[in-house]
Design a protein around this ligand. Structure first.
Ligand SMILES: Cc1ncc(COP(=O)(O)O)c(C=O)c1O
Length: 352
């Protein structure tokens, strides 16, 4: 792999205590091209603007998928990733659905490792500090023709982030707009899924909601996911979450939450969740907690749900499942607890 170090690190210009999520990037990036049917020229180079034709396919047809993962530093300065093989598998699952060639696992892991080695000073130790890692692939064949591109670029960029404190999260149940339909691309991290969510999200923002909670596109009777989070409902002491169908992203935090909850003796039901059942549980007081799970937030309590013009609030509980599960995951991510699942992977730092 070709490595080209930056001649001027920006790290001393960064205020690590005041980072806006995803707006500051590290000194380097990993890049690999798909040309003539092969992934070629893997390299780590200084973070820089891309050169692209205005006819590049992605700009017209949106053929692009991405991932989101984090690197953590423990108090001994060791760097860790959380279930990175799952991100690799998922970007390829997304890629296949968008007719993008799969990216080889060894290249993904090696590229990540070389990049994190060069930029390891950007990962700050301490709970809440992490490096958000964004792998993505896009079509860059210069051709305005509505078919799959024959050229792609795979890139990884990294952004130092503080814990994602989003304040109160209120979600609006969407019955008009849909995120994903059966047979579509909802299960893929396709760029266009997010583009299509911005307008309904803006309308929800105007009504005082931070996020939409999507329902199934055909009946609007079942709750699916919210923003960039899968969603869990605690009714009495049971935890319920929707199964990951072809309309819901198979969240890595989601499956970690399910595993940890089950191992902690919590009764977890993975089954379709009816809107009506949740509204009934809100009304009769059996809905104790609602929370989202995702890489950016880990676990984020949801404090209000809007439905058909009514806003329901969910009071904080003592003995919160959300808090407990969040702590357990964070302890594994930051190497503060045993990892019986083998989820944590060390990035071996090779000192130059
Ligand atoms: C639509 C959507 N749902 C759920 C998630 C949560 O997935 P993960 O836990 O793998 O971050 C994300 C974020 O990646 C997302 O974009």
């Amino acid at each position: 792999m070709r490595i080209e170090r930056t001649s001027h690190s920006k790290i001393h210009e960064i205020d690590f205590d005041n980072l806006s999520f995803g707006e500051i990037f590290t000194d380097h990036m990993f890049v690999c091209d798909f040309i003539d049917g092969q992934w070629v020229d893997p390299r780590v180079v200084p973070y820089q603007a891309l050169q692209m034709h205005p006819s590049a396919s992605v700009l017209h047809y949106g053929q692009a998928v991405f991932e989101g993962m984090k690197a953590y530093k423990d108090d001994d300065g060791k760097v860790w990733l959380f279930r990175p093989e799952d991100n690799h598998a998922r970007i390829n699952k997304s890629a296949s659905r968008l007719a993008i060639p799969e990216f080889p696992k060894e290249l993904f892991m090696n590229g990540l490792s070389e990049l994190l080695n060069l930029d390891s000073d950007w990962i700050k130790a301490g709970l809440g500090n992490s490096l958000y890692v964004r792998p993505f692939v896009f079509a860059n064949q210069p051709a305005v023709s509505a078919t799959a591109s024959n050229q792609y670029q795979f890139i990884i960029i990294c952004a130092p982030v503080k814990s994602y404190y989003s304040g109160e999260v209120n979600v609006l149940v969407s019955e008009k707009y849909s995120r994903a339909a059966s047979g579509g691309v909802g299960y893929a991290k396709a760029a266009g899924n997010y583009a299509a969510s911005f307008y309904p999200a803006q309308l929800a923002n105007k009504e005082g909601y931070q996020q939409i909670i999507w329902t199934d596109a055909s009946t609007h009777e079942y709750l699916e996911e919210s923003g960039t989070m899968n969603v869990f409902f605690r009714i009495n002491d049971k935890l319920i979450t929707a199964p990951t169908t072809d309309t819901i992203l198979d969240g890595i935090t989601r499956k970690s939450v399910i595993q940890i909850a089950q191992d902690a003796g919590i009764d977890v039901e993975v089954r379709p969740v009816k809107v009506a059942e949740i509204i009934d549980a809100l009304k009769d007081g059996s809905l104790k907690e609602v929370f989202g799970s995702g890489t950016a937030v880990v676990v984020s309590p949801i404090s209000g749900i809007g439905y058909r013009g009514e806003k329901f609030t969910i009071a904080p509980v003592e003995d919160s499942y959300a808090q407990k599960l969040k702590n357990s995951i964070i302890d594994i991510q930051y190497n503060r607890a045993e990892d019986p699942y083998g989820w944590r992977k060390e990035v071996v730092l090779v000192t130059a």
